[in-house]
Ligand binder design. Structure first.
Ligand SMILES: NC(=O)c1ccc[n+]([C@@H]2O[C@H](COP(=O)([O-])OP(=O)(O)OC[C@H]3O[C@@H](n4cnc5c(N)ncnc54)[C@H](OP(=O)(O)O)[C@@H]3O)[C@@H](O)[C@H]2O)c1
Length: 382
């Protein structure tokens, strides 16, 4: 495998830092070309000193002087603002862009990276939820691969190696999150700390709250539908508390393929960065005798209504998933700031979906407008 020059968008986040861990284990295979962060200037500086990228961008311009001052005696050039990210992702010195910013903010740089012909390792699921038809069309036009980083989608992608046809159904597994066994009354008044306490995965705050509401699985269903061109009605969500089976594909002859492994995001991150090669990784190995049993059961849409909202939004097509995503971002943020109770998250999303303007065939300007309108409506409901 030729050495790959990697750009990491969101290098200070959970996915970004784990990607750098993978890269530090394989300096012969990967080189860091660009790192970007939003507010965490200190960590970005540390990362730049260690990995020596040619460029870093601090998106929040308030921190530019600090980052620039700290790196002034190095060969790393420091930029600020999203415009710089959008320009630099197209640099000829980059082979692959890891899209690991959180939320809708990841859409524009990912579109620009595709236009620059870069292979995309996609963690930022909101990009496909908000603008799946536009992103996948553009990727086909520029002949750029989108390789999934989300563990479920990586699992499906791995199951499909060598046979992309005759898919009957995708089965997305879900841990069920911290409220898997909670009553509807207890979920309604769950605290921020309880919602952030995920049983199996250590992730950024937004995706952890999405996991607690199970909106994460709704977003992933939409992401899977776009990535693998499968109808939402052929994607089943199954709760699997152990998070060992990362997802499955059922083929037309009734055979199932699954990908299994310990829950460690570095595995799908590395697979995306090195694809189609597999390379060694110091992740925990599964001992089947220790693994007493694996459970699977249907999700409860009464306690977790976000899943059905996502199916409804994706079946409607147009800009509805974008509206749902924008409302979810605002509701999650409000919950994290203790402004609403947990059960209000799906309520705010549903109301926003009812009130926002439906656009059946949105272009990219419609997507930005829909996102802003959904945010405004959701804010007015808080
Ligand atoms: N974490 C996981 O295990 C996991 C698994 C599957 C998929 N994902 C997906 O991967 C994406 C990243 O998740 P994460 O858990 O790594 O999130 P995270 O820990 O919150 O990190 C987000 C990263 O994006 C940057 N960022 C945030 N807002 C930004 C903005 N407005 N403009 C520019 N940069 C911004 C942050 O910068 P600062 O920290 O410097 O502010 C940080 O580097 C999400 O879409 C998530 O759904 C995550």
């Amino acid at each position: 495998m030729e050495k790959r020059r990697i750009a990491i968008l969101g290098s200070t986040g959970s996915i970004g830092t784990q990607a750098l861990d993978v890269i530090s284990q394989h300096p012969d295979l990967f080189e860091v070309e660009l790192l970007t962060a939003n507010n965490n200037a200190d960590l970005l500086i540390q990362q730049a000193l260690k990995f020596k990228p040619n460029h870093v961008v601090i998106c929040n311009e308030d921190h530019y002087a600090k980052v620039n001052g700290a790196l002034t005696s190095t060969d790393t050039k420091v930029f600020a603002g999203m415009k710089s990210v959008n320009d630099l992702v197209q640099s000829s010195a980059i082979d692959m862009v890891l899209a690991s910013m959180v939320g809708f903010s990841g859409l524009e740089p990912t579109l620009n990276a595709i236009r620059g012909g870069k292979a995309i390792a996609l963690a930022n699921k909101e990009t496909l939820v908000a603008a799946g038809s536009i992103v996948t069309r553009l990727a086909r036009e520029y002949n750029t691969p989108i390789i999934p980083v989300d563990s479920e989608h990586s699992a499906i992608f791995q199951c499909l190696q060598g046979e992309y046809t005759q898919i009957e159904k995708l089965i997305l597994t879900a841990s069920g999150g911290p409220f898997r066994t909670w009553s509807i009354e207890d979920i309604a008044k769950a605290t921020r700390a309880q919602a952030l306490n995920h049983p199996n995965w250590d992730m950024g705050a937004k995706v952890t709250i999405d996991s607690a509401s199970m909106m994460n699985k709704g977003l992933e269903m939409i992401e899977a539908s776009w990535l693998f061109n499968v109808n939402p009605d052929d994607i089943e969500i199954v709760v699997h508390p152990q998070s060992i089976v990362h997802s499955m594909v059922q083929f037309t002859d009734g055979c199932l393929k699954a990908q299994l492994g310990a829950p460690d995001m570095r595995v799908p991150i590395q697979y995306a960065l090195s694809y189609p090669q597999r390379v060694s990784l110091d992740t925990k190995r599964i001992s089947f005798p220790e693994l007493a049993h694996l459970d699977f059961y249907a999700p409860d849409s009464t306690r977790f209504p976000a899943i059905e909202l996502a199916y409804a939004a994706h079946r409607m097509k147009g800009n509805m998933a974008c509206i749902m995503n924008g409302a979810n971002e605002i509701a999650v943020d409000a919950f994290l700031k203790d402004r609403i109770l947990f059960h209000r998250i799906p309520q705010i999303i549903e109301k926003t979906m009812e009130k926002a303007t439906f656009v059946p065939l949105p272009d990219i300007d419609d997507i930005y407008a829909s996102h802003n309108q959904a945010k405004e409506i959701a804010m007015s409901l808080i």
